[in-house]
Every structure is written in C-alpha cells, then in structure tokens.
Write a protein that binds this ligand. Sequence first.
Ligand code: FES
Length: 99
Amino acid sequence: MRILRHPILGELTGLKTVTIYYGDQPISAVEGEPIAAALLNAGIRVFRKTAKRHEPRGIFCAIGRCTDCMMIVDGVPNTRTCVTSVRDGMRVRLQDGRQ
Ligand code: FES
C-alpha cells in the first residue's frame, strides 16, 4: 500500500525502517512517518472503539482534528496516531472507549 515509486517525484530511496508493535504484532514502519500510516500499510483499519456502542473507528481527518485515530501508545491513552511519528520499539494498542 505504500507508494515507493511516484510518477513525478520518482523512486523513494534511503528510507530507514523501524519496528513498532500493534499489541504483540511487529510492524515495519518508515522512520518519521505517522503511526496511522504504518498501521494502514500493515492492513490495520480499526484504531479505537467508541465509548457507548463500541463501534470501530479508524483514520478520518488525518490532520489531528477529529480524534477518530486515538490509540494507546506506549501506555499513553488518547494519542492521535495521525499526527504522532513512529519510534523504534513503540507499542500501540487499540483503545476501547474513553480512557
Ligand atoms: S484521523 Fe482525525 S485526529 Fe487523527
């Protein structure tokens, strides 16, 4: 799902990869990209569940405004993953309701 060859910008080279964990699942990510981008590239679409109905939510605005992408990141709840960059060894968990 990641664009590695852009028709105008050309080949993306020199990308450094890091590993983050979705639960216990290791996921390869590009250093500096948002957590949400790494999860989407890995096929993960559900980032949190709503407080009342436990309905799945994923990335929506992608600019840090809607809070649909909130997850528990390194033990910190309510982290907006669309505007938070990956770090090697980072642990990300689905957030169920308000924390
Ligand atoms: S997708 Fe809207 S705040 Fe992240």
